[in-house]
Design a protein around this ligand. Structure first.
Ligand code: ADP
Ligand code: MG
Ligand code: ZN
Length: 612
């Protein structure tokens, strides 16, 4: 992908300068001719001593005498050489006696020399400027030229990796399978008029394998892979980013079916106008260009755009609109089983000692991403090599784990056994409460693997799209949100900061019930406060109070009432089913992720409970 141009340009320049030097030494050799006046020339002519004489059209006279002495002189501009000589007393015969009389029509070499002398510095300055520009544009050492010529750099490679190289992440693979099918045989889909998503957003923490996954999709389908990274555009000149995006898509369309991958799209795709100090023009133009390109796809454009980000929350909403990146594929941090599988991929082909126990290693590395695990295996291999071993043993792996865990950025992500238990109870609390409430959304998955800022998560999805929500539903939702904290209190008699996000959500929901939906009896059927909203951004800007202090107190009391009641319900459910709470929490500590079926089995009492 990297252009070899700049190095070559330097070589060319050197050759160029060298040849000019040679040139001079051949044709413009310094002549040690003596400068004489025209009358002295005339005297030499009259004396018949001139052996040969040359005259250039710009009036330079060179002559050599029979003794071999060389002279140079200058002719008067508007008078011929012969006339001048005659004026100075020479006769035509004497002139004709000159052995060799040459008139050099354009005195080519001399003129060339002058031209070159004037041009070379200009050329040098020009080249220098071009180099400076390149340097400035690329920031790193990637070469870059303006617009068109850059296009050559986007040669889509055909990745060799397939889904087999991406361990775990089965859900994501399933979602991307459709894309693979389409790219393999687009006509099958287009013939039926099927619309395939243009853009998919891969969302996941750094190192979870987004880039790997994108390449694997191309590899599975056997199509070219064109990629750029959002961060490349940040320090560019205005206009360059947009033109590169244009080039990229041009190339891609010419090589379709194929994949365009925009890595780190958040670098260009931040909300426009957000942040202090105004917007970054370049970023904005680049982003706009991406949108323009995607909007320009017609039904038979067989290009699928994948983008990766670890910050979907800061993306410009325009990117997420239908017809753009309207599908999200979440790539989670791997749970224990996932880590086991990833370890399996990375030890492939490495000589392992018989004592290496992959499941144990998976257990010891909570919070590790795929990239961390790759790193771990590599460290272990290096350690073994340093010890002159022929194979990697468990002790090297163990040592590598310790090293990686001790690393600074690691420590914050790693959870202790105690914390793990707290998070497990917290999530089990959410899940169990929700499973017991008639109106709550079904629970699909519970996990204690950190996702974003949260310690764990309980994934519940509504069964169908509901536009009308009932008060009972809201109340159940509140209880579910508070189930996490309630479980902590029941099990440990103490509470942690882990529930802060739940509390914020619960407070917001309760406030909306009171002030927007008129669901508080003491306040009656009305709304409170006028909100100004930027509708299409979905962000509240300011709230205007249209009620008195007393009403404000009432509102606060109602909100507290709703939340207290919900907490009470959550406590009751969990206390009544303490055995199930323990069972779910223990299973979470053990497996880190529980799917819906296992959960239901516990709740329905199909699983024998240890503590029962
Ligand atoms: P991201 O783009 O999400 O930051 P990468 O795709 O660059 O992560 O992953 C970095 C490396 O980590 C990959 O090259 C691969 O070796 C390893 N890796 C990450 N996830 C997995 C996985 N699920 N299976 C196997 N290896 C993985
Ligand atoms: Mg990446
Ligand atoms: Zn919670």
């Amino acid at each position: 992908m990297r252009s070899a141009l700049p190095k070559n340009a330097f070589v060319y320049l050197l050759i160029f300068v060298a040849s000019i030097a040679l040139f001079y030494s051949f044709f413009a050799a310094p002549d040690n001719a003596e400068d004489i006046s025209l009358s002295q020339v005339a005297r030499l002519v009259k004396e018949g001593r001139v052996a040969d004489l040359s005259l250039t059209n710009d009036g330079i006279i060179r002559l050599t005498t029979f003794e071999g002495k060389r002279y140079i002189s200058r002719k008067e501009p508007n008078l011929g050489f012969s006339e001048t000589m005659i004026n100075l007393g020479a006769t035509p015969e004497q002139i004709a006696n000159i052995d060799e009389f040459k008139v050099l029509r354009p005195s080519m070499w001399e003129n060339w020399g002058i031209v070159l002398i004037q041009i070379v510095p200009l050329l040098l300055i020009g080249l220098f400027l071009v180099f400076m520009l390149r340097q400035a544009q690329s920031g790193n050492n990637q070469a870059l030229s303006f617009g068109k010529s850059r296009a050559r750099m986007f040669t889509g490679d055909r990745p060799a990796s397939t889904f087999d190289d991406v361990a775990g992440a089965d859900e994501a693979k399933q979602e991307l399978q459709e894309v693979v099918e389409f790219l393999k045989d687009p006509e099958r889909f287009t013939a039926l008029g099927a619309r395939i998503p243009k853009g998919l957003l891969l969302v996941g923490a750094p190192g979870t394998g987004k880039t790997l996954m994108a390449r694997a999709v191309a590899g599975e389908a056997g199509v070219p892979f064109f990629s750029i990274s959002g961060s490349e555009f940040v320090e560019m000149f205005v206009g360059v980013g947009a033109s590169r995006v244009r080039d990229l898509f041009d190339q891609a369309k010419r090589n379709s079916p194929c994949i365009v991958f925009v890595d780190e799209i958040d670098a260009v795709g931040r909300q426009r106008g957000a942040g202090l100090g105004g917007s970054h023009d370049e970023r904005e133009q680049t982003l706009n260009q991406i949108l323009v390109e995607m909007d320009g796809f017609d039904t038979d454009t067989k290009v699928i755009v994948l983008a990766a980000t670890n910050r979907p929350d800061i993306l410009d909403p325009a990117l997420l609109r239908p017809g753009r990146f309207d599908r999200r594929v979440i790539i989670d941090r791997p749970d224990r089983r996932g880590r086991e599988a990833i370890l399996g991929v990375h030890v492939r082909g490495k000589p392992l000692g018989p004592d290496v126990d992959i499941p144990t290693l998976a257990k010891q590395t909570p919070g590790f991403t795929g990239a961390d695990i790759e790193n771990l295996v590599n460290e272990a291999a290096i350690l073994a090599a340093r010890r002159n071993k022929k194979m990697i043993n468990m002790e090297e792996f163990q040592e590598a784990v310790e090293r990686l865990i001790a690393g600074p950025e690691r420590r914050s992500r790693l959870i202790s056994e105690k914390e793990k238990e707290i998070i497990a109870y917290h999530e089990a609390g959410h899940a169990l409460v929700m499973l017991n409430l008639e109106n709550a959304d079904p629970v699909h998955k519970v996990s204690i693997v950190a996702r974003g800022m949260m310690g764990g998560y309980t994934l519940s999805l509504p069964e169908d799209d509901q536009t009308l929500q009932s008060k009972a539903k809201f109340e159940d939702e509140l209880a579910g949100l508070l189930g996490g904290r309630a479980a902590e209190e029941i099990r440990f008699g103490d509470i942690t900061t882990g529930a802060s996000n739940d509390l914020r959500q619960a407070t917001r929901l309760a406030r909306a019930m009171v002030t927007e939906y008129g669901m508080a009896e003491s306040l009656g059927q009305r709304t409170f406060g006028q909100k100004e909203e930027l509708i299409f951004l979905g962000r509240e800007i300011a709230e205007q109070r249209d009620y008195s202090e007393e009403v404000a107190t009432l509102i606060d009391r109602e909100i507290k009432g709703l939340i207290d009641k919900a907490y009470e319900r959550a406590m009751q459910i969990l206390q009544a089913q303490r055995d199930k709470l323990d069972a779910i929490a223990n299973l979470l500590v053990e497996k880190e992720t529980i799917e819906n079926e296992e959960l239901l089995a516990i709740v329905k009492g199909e699983v024998k409970l240890a503590s029962a």
